[in-house]
Design a binder for this molecule. Structure first.
Ligand SMILES: *Cc1c(COP(=O)(O)O)cnc(C)c1O
Length: 354
């Protein structure tokens, strides 16, 4: 049974890949980091990280930021004026999990598209184009998410992305990529970071998801765009001092934690395969593209929050309910084969006893 200590760690935590912890090698890189005042342009490690990510994404420049959320919000602020419109998918992170940041910080209107597995088409963008009119908001930005978190960690087809970017440009809009899990998309698809970022004016990667760093995101784009981002990094309170302490973790992760994301993807697939035959559960292992498994437990007769509660209380397995009958399990650095087998057994037992 779970301890009565409310701060106790679950035995197997598949809530999110934000649960990664710095590894020993990463902690050593942090210890050894050369540092300086970032705001004065004097932190050599932060500068190295920025240069490395700019090159990786095929952009002129990049800026280190404290979080992925800030990467999105600063991009929206730079690309748009108050009252402008951004187009994004209806389940996107920026819309639901950034506390209204697009409205609060960039002052933008959001217009949504119902996607297929988190991506959408050029025709769907075309269908939302407004006539040029002084009565209407100006359409400035299309924002895409790759992988698409709430669609199941799904990967944008590259040609679809290029078509969407083409439609956006035709109508004077920029394209932004929320690449919180772009490394997962790259490893799973074999498409490079630069190929995915190519159609986009701005793109970023999160360091604190599958890459396993404690903090940070890196946003890339043209020199002029990144220069503007620095203004808002400062204004939003994200300009740092000896940030090389955390940037060192990012450099370490890019060298050591990208290829290994394939293990996370194999673990997710294994989890789905382990529960595919359970009465009352609907899951499609073939739909697992990266490190997430969404499974529907409607057939067990209990709700997803109740299923999640029983997993935690009876088995110390943390898997969150994301819809009334759907749970999301996320694999990451630190989850190993026995954890997956333990979670599979727990899910099977809760389903059987429901
Ligand atoms: C986690 C996440 C973010 C925000 O990143 P933080 O580093 O947690 O601020 C943005 N977009 C997506 C798709 C995410 O999953």
């Amino acid at each position: 049974m779970v301890s009565s200590n409310p701060t106790a760690q679950p035995r197997v935590n598949l809530h999110s890949d934000t649960a990664t912890r710095p590894t020993e090698g990463m902690r050593k890189a942090i210890y050894d980091a050369e540092v300086g005042d970032e705001q004065a342009g004097e932190d050599p490690t932060a500068i190295r990280l920025q240069e490395k990510v700019a090159e990786l994404l095929g952009k002129e420049a990049a800026v280190f930021l404290p979080s992925g959320t800030m990467c999105n919000e600063i991009s929206y602020r730079v690309w748009c004026d108050h009252g402008d419109e951004i187009i994004l998918e209806e389940n996107s992170h920026a819309l639901h999990y950034e506390v209204g940041g697009p409205g609060a910080l960039a002052g933008v209107m959001t217009r949504t598209i119902k996607g297929t597995k988190g991506w959408f088409t050029a025709d769907q963008v075309e269908a939302l184009i407004r006539p040029k009119s002084r009565h209407m908001p100006r359409q400035k930005l299309v924002s895409v998410e790759n992988t698409a978190n709430m669609a199941g960690g799904t990967i944008w087809p590259l040609d679809t992305l290029k078509d969407v970017a083409g439609a956006a440009r035709k109508h004077g809009m920029r394209v932004h990529m929320d690449g919180a899990r772009l490394p997962n998309a790259v490893v799973a698809s074999g498409i490079s970071f630069a190929e995915f970022a190519g159609p986009c004016d701005s793109a970023w990667i999160d360091l604190s998801k599958g890459l396993g760093c404690p903090i940070g995101g890196v946003l890339a784009g043209s020199k002029d765009f990144i220069e503007e981002c620095w203004r808002f990094k400062h204004q939003f309170g994200g300009a740092l001092r000896q940030s090389g302490i955390v940037a060192a973790a990012g450099l370490y992760a890019l060298d050591h934690h990208v290829e290994r994301l394939a293990d996370d993807h194999a673990h997710a697939r294994r989890l789905a395969e382990g529960i595919v035959d359970v009465d009352g559960i609907v899951v499609d292992p073939a739909s697992v593209e990266t490190n997430m498994v969404f499974f529907d437990i409607a057939g067990t007769g209990i709700t997803a929050p109740e299923f999640s509660r029983r997993l935690m209380v009876e088995h110390e397995v943390k898997i969150s309910a994301v819809q009334p009958t759907v749970l999301r399990a996320v694999t990451y650095l630190g989850i190993e084969d026995p954890d997956i087998e333990f979670a599979v057994a727990a899910i099977r037992q809760v389903a059987m006893e429901a």
